[in-house]
Write a protein that binds this ligand. Sequence first.
Ligand code: OKP
Ligand code: ZN
Length: 354
Amino acid sequence: MISFYPTVHTGHQPQGEFWNSRVDIPVEVFQRVDLIRSGLVQSGLGAPEAVNESTLNGIRPLVESVHSPDYLSYLETAYGRWVSAGGDPTGVMPFVFTGRKMDGKPESPLALPGYYAFDMGAWILPGTYAAAAASAQTSVHAAEQLCQGHEAAYALCRPPGHHAGVDFYGGYCYLNNAAIAAEYLRSPARGRRFERLAILDIDLHHGNGTQQIFYQRHEVLVVSLHIDPAIEYPFFAGYASEIGSGAGEGFNLNYPLPGGTSDEDYLSVLDKALEQIARYDPEGLVVSLGVDTFAGDPIGKLALTHSAYPRIGQEIAGLHRPTLFVQEGGYALQHLPDLVGSLLASFEQNAKSS
Ligand code: OKP
Ligand code: ZN
C-alpha cells in the first residue's frame, strides 16, 4: 500500500500533559512514527515515502476549508506571542477557559490558549506548528494517491488530528488531518473526485473535532466507534444522541462502547457501523485509524487483542471503496508496528482477493 510519513515532527515533543491533578508523562511521543514505519516494512507493505514539507504552502486554501484563518494564524504565532508576553517557555497551555461559562475573546497571549484549546493536554512548543503542518501535508499526499487511481493509501500522521475542530485544539491534535484529506478528496486539484464520502473513526477516543467539522453537512457521513464518553476522554462529546443537525441530521453516527469491550463485541459493532456506511453508499472512505483500542494500550480501556486488527482490516475491505487510512492514536509502543501493520496488510490482501 502506498504510504507517507512526515519528517518534520520531532520539534513537537511536549514534556507533559495535565491529567488528574498531575503532569503526566506524554504518550504521544515522536518514536511512534519510526515504530509504525518499521511495522509497515515488516508487514510487507513497503517503506513509506517521506514528506518534507513543514508549512501549509500549497494547501492553505484547502486547510482553510476546514479550519478558520483566525485559528490557523493563532497556531502559527502562539508560541512566540506566549513567550513575549511572559508565558513560561515549557509550552503554551491554557489555564482559564472560555466556552459555556464565558464567551469573551481576550487579546492577551496568555489567555488565548483558553479560547482555542478545550483541554490542558495539547501543549504548543516552538516546533508544534511545523509538525502539525507536516502532518496535514502527509494526509494530503496520501489523499492525492486515491485521486490518481490508487485504491488505498496510508498517511502516518503525527501529531494526530481527530480532536481538532474548526477553531479549536486538544487531545494532542492541532489540525484535523482526516477532515483536510476528506476535503481534498471531495475537490482534488486534479484526478478522480469523491463527492460522497464517509469517515470511519476507529480510534479509542471519540473524534469530537471531526464530528464538529461535518456536523451540519450530509455529503460527509461521520461514523465513530469509541469508548463511552461518560467514562473516558473527551467526556463532553461522543454520545449516541449526537446525530448531526440541520442538513447534517442523521449523518453523524456514534457507537459508544463499554470499558473492557472484547474482540467479538467490537467486531459486531463495527459490522453494524459498516452496514450503515454501505447504506450511505459513499464513493470513498477515510478511516481515522487509532490503535489505542488495544488491551495493552497505556491510556486505553478496551480489551482488543492482536488478532482483532487483521479482522478489522478485513471488514473494512469488505466495503469495496477507495480507502484512505489516516493515523490517529495508539500508544503501546512495542505493539504499534504489529497493530498498524497487520490491519493494513489484511485490508490490502482482502481488497485484492475479492
Ligand atoms: C488522543 B487520541 C493520559 C490521559 C489521556 C487525553 C487523551 C487524548 C487522546 N494520562 N489524555 O484520540 O488518541
Ligand atoms: Zn485516541
